[in-house]
Design a protein around this ligand. Structure first.
Ligand code: SF4
Length: 228
């Protein structure tokens, strides 16, 4: 398995949901926030690369698989709030983290001296409230052989930028976090091959406020019931 920030975050939030999604390969329904985020990212990417706004929005609607709650107007409104910047869009990286673990990610926009990540969230947060920017900063520094890079989260709804200038040492904690979790998952996957009945103890459910958006509530409930 190649790891990403979102996979590792899901595992950290609820190992059982991670198990359902990534080890049993169960599909999660595409929610509006997910579909809208995908559409807006596509529209901004195409606009930066020279496409007209109208065409970019049409492509974005296609990208969202015509999700019934994703509208032309909302995509247009969010797209138009992105700053006028240029650079490489949707830059994909896959890098070794050590011990056979690989980390991948997609950088929304990469300029000479900074990178951006677009957010369509309703609630902004600080640049280092999650480890996403630090991991991406590490990847860019490694690929380019440079010693610092500025990362910016841009919250489209609020036209609000949250930035941080990263050096290698600023990314240590995030890399150790990613490496530690990925190793833990790999170890549990090996255990599961020998003891398939141990799935729910190796990947326990962690109830919390996040449960209200979880598509595996039923599986989770049954698992708990049978194990009580
Ligand atoms: S319902 Fe909650 S505890 Fe159960 S799998 Fe989903 S997120 Fe985890």
């Amino acid at each position: 398995m190649i790891y990403s920030f979102s996979r590792l975050s899901l595992y950290e939030t609820c190992p059982y949901r991670f198990y359902q999604k990534y080890l049993l390969d169960k599909t999660e329904p595409v929610t509006k926030p997910l579909a809208l985020g995908k559409a807006v990212h596509k529209a901004i990417e195409l606009k930066i690369n020279g496409m007209s706004e109208h065409e970019a929005i049409i492509e974005a609607i296609i990208e969202s698989d015509f999700h019934p709650e994703v509208t032309y107007e909302e995509i247009a409104s969010l797209m138009q709030r992105a700053p006028k910047v240029s650079g490489q869009t949707e830059v994909h990286f896959v890098l070794p983290l050590g011990g056979g673990i690989q980390l991948q990610g997609y950088i929304d926009l990469l300029e000479e001296e900074q990178f951006w990540d677009w957010k369509s969230n309703w609630r902004p947060y600080r640049a280092n409230d999650t480890r996403q920017l630090a991991l991406y900063a590490w990847a860019i520094m490694k690929i380019r052989g440079i010693s610092q890079i500025k990362g910016t989260l841009f919250f489209l709804r609020f036209r609000k930028a949250e930035s941080f200038m990263y050096s290698y040492s600023d990314t240590n904690e995030a890399r150790e976090w990613a490496h530690g979790l990925a190793e833990e998952i790999e170890m549990k996957k090996s255990c599961l091959e020998s003891f398939p009945d141990m799935a729910s103890s190796l990947f326990p459910s962690m109830p919390g406020s996040h449960c209200k958006h979880c598509p595996f509530v039923l599986e989770c409930y049954k698992e708990k019931k049978y194990n009580c």
